[in-house]
Design a binder for this molecule. Structure first.
Ligand code: GTP
Ligand code: MG
Length: 421
């Protein structure tokens, strides 16, 4: 099951501003009329029952919103980029990994159509109209659109359930699920038969309980090896945990300890959930004999309620049903219409001008200037002059002079290189 993804999500880039004059026939005649670029498109994550996991992402590791359209002539603003929607299965938790490596939960998408605005698009660039001043009636400068918000995102599917069945491989979880519910999972005499979590509905007469069998946990799984502990994410929405132990495996107390240790190592409060322990395969003669003693020992070790059952003979299943009912009392599920949420705005890079000199090259960080440079026609002396004046207004010249820039030096602003004149 493809139940976890790391993706970089970026809002659409803004459209570029336009350089244009009202009298197209003769260059620079008439007033400037180049419009502003459109806003980049939003990126939205929405949950839908039509998706079961994230396999439809394929190999995608980065998702970018639609770009805004460039500004037009006649002062027309470019069209905004259309919102882009990412579909995820119900039960997806959206987590942002911040720059300092912290994980922040942005939303839990449980309802069909619940959505999260995850990345806003960048604003469009100014057209040359925006550079007109009383002394410059023929501006030939414009800006490129700004980048959209960028976030490093972890999408994690956490399946819904009332009770999660947890245990070592091959202990009889699937056989138990089949005996209790409408589910018909594969039961086989080898470990890791169940590779994906399996749902089953247990009908209590007056209500249903949603059971979820997790694939077998193996010792040391939480150490990152194997898939064992990754599946525990699907226990996070459960009200209670049912530990399934193989009565025929020998030391059931040790078996309980191993599984419980894995659950504790996963963390996230799983061990704070109410728990029930089930010792199964009680039909086997070697189990039946010592069953009462085994149940007592596990009760002492786990401090939980403990039942002995057999999926084969059906012994103890009635009692187990009432224990499960008690473990998962009726609860209010989140209801109502689709929820809409918005991720907090990503802080914008401060507009400050910073110059650093490396290997004789003057590196300039100046967000405003960086957006003008790619649009400059360096073969046009007017454009070069106007750029110079604009760099003065933006404080870039002062900063460069402070660092001792001289004619002939290389200056890098954003991705663009200039020979200083
Ligand atoms: N005698 C007896 N055998 C059982 C019982 N429950 C399960 N088994 C047997 O134990 C083996 C494993 O059963 P499964 O239900 O597949 O075990 P599981 O825990 O789901 O295994 P994985 O999905 O591989 O982790 C099978 O051979 C079953 O027939 C039981 O109550 N009594
Ligand atoms: Mg199984």
């Amino acid at each position: 099951m493809d139940d976890r993804r790391e993706v970089i999500i970026t809002g659409g880039p803004g459209g570029h501003g336009r350089i244009s004059f009202s009298d197209q026939g003769s260059r620079y005649k008439g007033g400037p009329d180049g419009g502003i670029g459109g806003m980049g498109g939003l990126v939205i994550v929405t949950s839908t029952p039509s998706r079961r996991d994230f396999h439809h992402f394929g190999h995608v590791e980065a998702i970018e919103g639609n770009p805004g359209e460039p500004g037009g002539t006649n002062g027309r603003t470019g069209r905004d980029g259309r919102p882009f929607t990412i579909e995820v299965p119900l039960g997806t938790t959206v987590v942002e990994r911040t720059e300092d490596g912290e994980d922040v939960e942005l939303a839990d998408l449980l309802q069909p159509g619940a959505n999260l605005l995850i990345a806003r698009g960048g604003p469009g660039g100014k057209g040359n109209t925006g550079f007109a001043t009383s002394t410059n009636q023929t501006p030939v400068l414009a800006e490129v659109g700004a980048e959209g918000e960028e976030r490093q995102i972890v999408l994690e599917l956490r399946l819904d359930s009332d009770v999660a069945l947890i245990g070592a491989p091959n202990v009889g979880k699937s056989a138990l699920l089949a005996a209790l519910s409408n589910a018909r999972p594969r039961v086989a005499d080898y470990p890791f038969t169940t590779v994906d979590p399996v749902h089953g509905v247990l009908d209590l007469g007056d209500r249903d309980i949603l059971l979820l069998e997790l694939p077998g946990l193996s010792e040391g799984a939480s150490g990152g090896r194997g898939l064992g502990s990754a599946h525990l994410r699907h226990a996070r929405r459960a009200q209670g945990l049912a530990y399934v132990l193989d009565g025929a495996a020998g030391d059931v107390v040790e078996e309980y300890r191993i599984v419980h240790r894995e659950v504790a190592a996963y963390g996230e409060g799983l061990t704070d959930k109410p728990a029930l322990v089930i010792v199964t395969k009680a039909d086997l003669p070697e189990v039946a004999g010592g069953l009462e003693r085994a149940l007592r020992a596990v009760r002492r070790a786990s401090k939980a309620r403990v039942v002995g059952v057999s999926a084969v003979s059906g012994d103890g299943l009635e009692g187990l049903r009432s224990e499960l009912a008690r473990l998962a009392p009726p609860r209010e599920r989140q209801r109502g219409g689709p929820q809409r949420t918005e991720a907090p705005p990503v802080p914008v890079r401060p507009g400050r001008v910073v110059v650093s000199v490396r290997d004789g090259v003057f590196e300039v960080s100046a967000p405003r200037a960086e957006r003008i440079l790619p649009m400059v026609d360096v073969k046009d002396w007017r454009a070069r002059l106007q750029l110079h004046a604009e760099l003065g207004r933006l404080g870039v010249l002062d900063a460069l002079e402070k660092h001792g820039v001289q004619t002939g030096d290389t200056v890098r602003i954003g991705g663009e290189e200039l020979l200083w004149e």
